[in-house]
Write a protein that binds this ligand. Structure first.
Ligand code: NAD
Ligand code: DAU
Length: 339
């Protein structure tokens, strides 16, 4: 099969490219990525060695580019990872989130309609469900939980999800959607909590924790997310949504302390800073549907995954230093200097 992976130069997309090359050598992977600040060709340098891998630089919201690619290749599956993905950036400047996350999704699906495909898979997020109260540990997001978004990022992802479902109902496009909780692992951009803590702690710099660090996220090792998407796009039912998560809820402050402990750094590095506006309190996924229907279960426990992740960053300081370029330093100063 010929599979387009959009956003394959980013965190989860690149892990998915490697997952597919390893587990489905019979398929051909075409990565379409605009190479924004979050996309990095260095991440794909080993993939470039495979004959069944092709990289195309392009914007999913650019109709000419997307249609041109479908003219060149007979596509069976599109997996759409491409997105603006950072909540804090969406609070600073929402516009590009609408363009890429909503309009980009529309252009990709229009191409799928025009040229025909077997499956369009939308990589969505648990953030479309909003948040859960901290004190109600009995509540989880199911696929029936109403959409109730908090940030421009999550609103753009929810808008895209609704568009995907509309294309299924109205045009019979064979779609599926996955909504996963927070991922962590290799190639994670150091603007997100875990890689930011690791990169700051390497240099013995303060690690910024929003509010009191009480907000809870449900962490999943990135390879487990990749295996779930692979199962859904190949065997999941058309028109269906699948939640993905491994029941691994942690308060941010505990995650930060764990990272500091593994890195043998003092908790004195922790600096409590002004909270994120509209900060979602708790995410918690109920993965019963994907587990019952497709037999998916996660393989990597948090204690193992977080150690592997810190070790990966230690062994790949060059990748991290490459990413921490001049532009990134400006971003850090802008976002954190007045917090
Ligand atoms: P990321 O920011 O690391 O990577 C995004 C990639 O998309 C980059 O390579 C970037 O260059 C590319 N891109 C951005 N705009 C583009 C455009 N217009 N055209 C083509 N390429 C473009 O993101 P990520 O954390 O890997 O997330 C990937 C997807 O998974 C997103 O759709 C996100 O909403 C979803 N998701 C992320 C998480 C998480 O914890 N990170 C959890 C659930 C779902
Ligand atoms: O749940 C899935 C979502 O997870 C994805 O859809 C998003 O693309 C992804 O970025 C992630 O969103 P979060 O907002 O949960 O991730 P982030 O790493 O930005 O923050 C995780 C938690 O840590 C959150 O409660 C905010 C907090 N935080 C974050 C940063 C960057 C801090 O306390 N300090 C920080 O410096």
């Amino acid at each position: 099969m010929n599979i387009i992976v959009t956003g394959g130069a980013g965190f989860i997309g690149s892990n998915f490219v490697y997952y597919e090359l390893k587990n489905h050598p019979e398929d051909r992977i075409i990565c379409l990525d605009k190479l924004t600040y979050a996309g990095n060709l260095e991440t794909l340098k080993d993939a470039m060695k495979y004959d069944n891998f092709r990289f195309v630089k392009g914007d999913i919201a650019d109709r000419e580019t997307v249609y041109g690619l479908f003219e060149e290749e007979k596509i069976d599956i599109v997996v759409n990872f491409a997105a603006e993905s950072h909540v804090d950036r969406s609070i600073e400047d929402p516009e590009i989130f609408i363009k890429t996350n909503v309009l980009g999704t529309q252009v990709l699906m229009d191409a799928c309609r025009k040229y025909g495909i077997k499956r369009y898979h939308q990589v969505s997020t648990d953030e479309v469900y909003g948040d859960l109260p901290l004190e109600r540990k009995d509540l989880f997001f199911t696929e029936e939980t109403p959409i109730h978004t908090s940030s421009p990022y999550s609103a753009s992802k929810a808008a895209a999800d609704l568009l995907v479902l509309a294309y299924h109902r109205t045009f019979k496009l064979p779609v599926s959607i996955s909504r996963c909780s927070n991922n962590y692992g290799p190639y994670h951009f150091p603007e997100k909590l875990i890689p930011l803590m690791i990169s700051r702690a390497f240099e013995n710099k303060s690690v910024p924790v929003y509010g009191k660090g009480e907000n809870v996220r449900d962490w999943l090792y990135v390879e487990d997310h990749c295996s779930a998407i692979d199962m859904i796009m190949r065997n999941g039912r058309e028109g269906e949504i699948y939640n993905v998560g491994g029941h691994n809820e942690r308060a941010n402050i505990d995650v930060v302390k764990t990272v500091l402990r593994i890195m043998d750094r003092s908790e004195d590095l922790i600096e409590f800073v002004t909270d994120r506006p509209g900060h979602d309190r708790r995410y918690a996924i109920d993965p019963t549907k994907i587990s019952n229907e497709l037999g998916w279960t996660p393989n990597t426990a948090f204690d193992e995954g977080i150690k592997k992740t810190v070790e990966w960053y230690m062994e790949n300081r060059e990748w991290l230093n490459g990413v921490l370029s001049g532009d990134y330093m400006e971003y850090y100063d802008k976002m954190y200097s007045n917090r």
